[in-house]
Ligand binder design. Sequence first.
Ligand code: E4P
Length: 215
Amino acid sequence: MQFFIDTANLDEIREAARLGLVDGVTTNPTLMSREGHDWRDVAAAICREVDGPVSLEAVGNTADELVAMGLELVRFGPNVVVKVPMTTEGLKAVRILSGQGVDCNVTLVFSPMQALLAAKAGAAFVSPFVGRLDALSEDGMQLVAETLTIFRNYAMPTRVIVASIRHPMHVSRAALLGAHIATIPFGVLGQLAAHPLTDAGLAAFDRDWARLNGK
Ligand code: E4P
């Protein structure tokens, strides 16, 4: 499974890259707005930094607006993937952009049928949002499971990015289901590496090492 990092923060991207955990990056307008710089500078810097797909979100109400912004976004780098919202106008935009060779990531996917429509429109990626569904007492990972089954049933090439991840169990279940990609917030990466028994074991080894060396 590939790990994308779900952030627009360059320090987080660099630190995750040092851990070898950045196969790509996903951003959205909310993440961009947290950075406090011109989003264009942030987007350009991320595209330069990352050796892998970088999702930049197109904003607009009509297919024409989404296509126009998508064509602007791809100028930031050869690794840009245009994020398009899961609306009927978004589907039209995906069809046009993918027809021009632009990879699209259909975002805000909350049902298997939305995922199927996005795949049929030509999306390279779909992003089911698991955490936001869980927050409504629905089962986000069930959406991922059903989407993967449908894509496998028809040998669809669209890749599933598990998005809106809140905790390590989301990543673990995504991997068990065989999801292609998880896009992970920086904080959750740290949680994935940690275990209290590792900390306790290390503390005991440090203590015994000191005793062994007469300290
Ligand atoms: C995915 O590409 C999105 O950026 C992201 O996962 C959004 O999720 P959240 O806003 O629910 O955390």
